[in-house]
Design a protein around this ligand. Structure first.
Ligand SMILES: O=C(O)Cc1cc(O)ccc1O
Ligand SMILES: [Fe+2]
Length: 437
């Protein structure tokens, strides 16, 4: 669809890149006069004083400073993109599931096509997240977006996205993810209709999870993440930059493109990752591990070991556990679980959870395999089995997720979802054998 783009490999590196030879100042960040007459500007993703390893900032060398792109704000409505804390959340207790929404026929840019399903925590307090669906039928040519409320993890489910950011260009197809850090300006163009999932993370930037006893390799490996090389537009056309700030949307009229960064260096940048490169770990002898074993990215909270948000996937893998119930078990989780399906079938829900669909199992709301999956797993012969062709994911947050009115009234809401467990029957009859098979 688009020409092959160049990237730089690594997660959270100190990258440096220039679209014009010599544009990056040598040996210092802010020379008296920058090469090519560029403006030097720092963007901070963490407090100036954040410790080594967590500190994220980049230096951008651009045609105009951002302050020229952020004046004379005009507030505008974006009624279906909600921000936590939601003012009048719909009833959110229980288990919810939605069938995929059809691809819309109206003209929708990446921003106009965002529909919030849940909000959690508080954007102002820099904790929690929102889970959205996005639908795109229209490219952004002279419109640009910048989100001060959180970073955006974009997971395409159908159709490909071209992202032109201040830091350069990224391409994302289903099976890949892109992360746009808080405060980074970008636009999205498409060659055809596209839809997918969006996690708006209000908290600490996503980072690779600690692997603990797994060691230095495996799960998502740092070298498989890719940041863009510098690319810029020198485009003097009327345009609009929309800021999301404090849950509201503000337009600034521009006479030129704000994607005007000729060179940059630093550790704060967008990146992409192909989820099929995830190296899974699992149960080599018996039982089913906690899903945290499949964490791709984690946004830390102030409490050690408890994530603000984890991004977890269920990729291709072998099942070899002996004398074990292999699918996810029945459980009651203190965290809340928003799930989506990129492609294939999810083993705990062979029917009803479709690619493009959503399920929500809120904090402490019981859930697990449906009756069909349960009976199948009890009866199946436990030979080694390759689970292939499915990619499900979870946004798991420590905060309860509140449904939006939009989500609660979507025609795709499966009102009978809870019936998928009705067939789980009592086998107990007082005898040790546990009743009928
Ligand atoms: O509920 C789900 O389907 C997600 C999930 C998967 C798993 O393997 C273990 C726990 C869990 O919450
Ligand atoms: Fe779960």
């Amino acid at each position: 669809m688009s020409e092959a783009l160049a990237y730089m490999a690594g997660f959270g590196n100190e990258f440096e890149t220039e679209a014009l030879a010599g544009a990056l100042p040598k040996g210092q960040n802010a020379p008296q006069r920058c090469p090519y007459g560029l403006f030097a500007e720092q963007i901070s993703g963490t407090a100036f004083t954040a410790p080594h390893g967590l500190n994220r900032r980049s230096w951008l060398y651009r045609l105009r400073p951002s302050v020229l792109h952020a004046r004379r704000f005009a507030k505008r409505d974006q009624p279906l993109w909600k921000t936590a804390p939601a003012s009048s959340p719909a009833q959110s207790v229980g288990a919810f599931r939605w069938s995929p929404s059809p691809m819309p026929t109206e003209e929708l840019s990446f921003i106009a096509g965002v529909r919030t399903i849940t909000t959690a925590g508080s954007a102002d307090l820099r904790i929690g997240m929102a889970a959205h669906l996005y639908f795109v039928t229209q490219s952004m040519h002279d419109t640009y977006f910048c989100n001060a409320d959180g970073e955006l993890l974009i997971a395409p489910q159908q159709g490909e996205l071209d992202l032109f950011t201040e830091f350069g260009r990224l391409h994302a197809a289903p099976g890949e993810i892109c992360v746009i850090p808080r405060g980074v300006k970008f636009k999205v163009t498409v060659a055809g209709p596209a839809r997918g999932y969006l996690c708006e993370n209000y908290g600490a930037p996503f980072a690779l999870p600690n692997r603990g006893a797994i060691g230095a390799n495996g799960l998502a490996n740092a070298r498989d993440f890719h940041a863009p090389v510098a690319a810029f537009e020198d485009r003097e056309e009327p345009g609009v930059l929309t800021f999301k700030w404090g849950g509201d949307f503000f337009d600034c009229a521009l006479g030129y493109s704000p994607l005007d960064v000729v060179a940059w260096h630093g550790s704060y940048a967008p990146y992409k990752y192909d989820l099929r490169l995830f190296c899974p770990m699992g149960a080599l002898l018996f039982d089913h591990p906690d899903p945290s074993i499949n964490t791709v990215l984690s946004s830390a909270s102030a409490e050690t070991g408890v994530a603000n948000v984890d991004f977890v996937i269920f990729p291709d893998r072998w099942q070899v556990a002996e004398h074990s119930f292999r699918p996810p078990w029945h459980h009651v989780n203190v965290m809340s679980e928003f799930m989506g399906l990129i492609f294939g079938r999810y083993d705990a829900k062979p029917e009803g959870f479709e690619p493009g669909g959503v399920s929500l199992h809120n904090a402490l709301c019981p859930h697990g395999p449906d009756a069909t999956a349960y009976e199948l797993a009890r009866a199946s012969e436990l030979k080694p089995e390759r689970m292939s062709g499915a990619l499900a994911f979870m946004f798991e947050t420590r905060f309860p997720q509140h449904l939006t009115d939009y989500a609660a009234t979507l025609p795709t809401l499966q009102k009978d979802y809870a019936d998928c467990w009705s067939g789980l029957r009592k086998r107990f009859d007082g005898s040790f054998e546990g009743g009928s098979p």
